[in-house]
Design a protein around this ligand. Sequence first.
Ligand code: SAH
Length: 465
Amino acid sequence: MDYLPIFIDLKGRLVLVVGGGDVAARKVGLLLRAGANVRVVSPELSVSLQSKSDVDQVEHIAANYDESHMAEAVLVIAATDDMSVNRLVYEAAKQRGVPVNVADSPELCTFILPSIIDRSPVVVAVSTGGASPTLGRLLRTRLETLIPHSYGRLADLARRFREPVKNRFKTMSQRRHFWEDIIEGPVAEMVYSNRDAQAEQALQKAIEQADSEQLAKGEVYLVGAGPGDPDLLTFRALRLMQMADVVLYDRLVSPQILDLVRREAEQIYVGKKRAYHAVRQEEINQLLVDLAKQGKRVLRLKGGDPFIFGRGGEEISGLADEGIPFQVVPGVTAAAGCSSYAGIPLTHRDYAQSVMFVTGQLKDGSVDLQWQALAQPRQTVVVYMGLAGLEIICKKLIQHGVSADMPAALVQQGTTVSQRVFTGTLSNLSQLVREHEVHAPTLLIIGEVVQLHQRFGWYKPTADS
Ligand code: SAH
């Protein structure tokens, strides 16, 4: 993050604006909206600034800038067309430790002004850190259409009832649950449709009638986060991620996805590596129960789909026993994600009529699979956790009658910008993989369909971050 966004209270405080043209006028307009006392230094003023000066909305000093004008200013903006003046202003402000912004000169700014969506008291600020003002404006336009104008009134209503709600509900989590119900429910709808008085009554009633025990009750969301690309999350996953008080996540959950979880949520890493368990499964199961019993909204975020090699069934078993409410949200499983992004259709009328998902996790040093079933023709076999056993798996399939030339692919970190696809045959894939530095997680796909990757491989990420 290049800049930390902050919101600053300028009511009744002095801001110096050096320059009297249109750019200065725009900034002055913003400053006045924020309640600042504005001093404009410029020999001449644009028409709009002059009109503001005429009615004493701004203090005008009709002179060339000198440092004395800066006295008492808490913020300084320079917007003259003379770079040497702009630089002088910048130097002086910097020396005094006063934040300074020079229009259109990022190198002469200690703060920047974002694009703003104003639904006061709700204000949304967007910045591209000066990288692309056009992109910033575009984003702003999108947000404008997304954020109803009535949000301002909704926030006002919430502000008026903040104290009563605080007095009525003891814990912060009860209050948050209460407000979420209000802001997503009929009270908000009434505000959106301009029935403010009715909304106020309904809110009053909700405060009186809300069941604080119900609000104190925790629940668990078992959510599939998909294979890596955040775009593959479901809407429901995203919504629940935004509501969580605490999140328990795996190694497979990418940082970009974790970024979408509610900022204030406590994060607990319970990831596992092969043969090394950071937190034992039983402990995870127990933790879910304990946290929910504390009244928390617990997000259990898992890579892919929670019910496909995800031990999701074990994790909700304790919840079911204890009568703790939970919901399960499916995710794009690795087989679906990796095959799509590698351009390998898992079924195809010409090559495969069925597909099998199996785990290649070694059990006591050997891979324990139904080889006979896996060796059947006209099917695709997808092996999760198959990297360590890759060589054995290929050998066993050949032993059970599959051609040594059967195409096979290993997809590394599928759907992410680090995706790599290695294709070969049962006889040479493990050699090929050994020659490259391969990183987990990887998915093994075996079957005739793998040859389609040459034609259909459409996803070619170039970024390496
Ligand atoms: N519940 C998960 C699977 C968990 S088992 C799902 O539905 O996808 C973990 C295995 O999934 C890994 O060893 C790997 O084989 C596979 N996997 C998960 N994400 C992957 C990805 N982005 N690329 C390749 N393989 C992946």
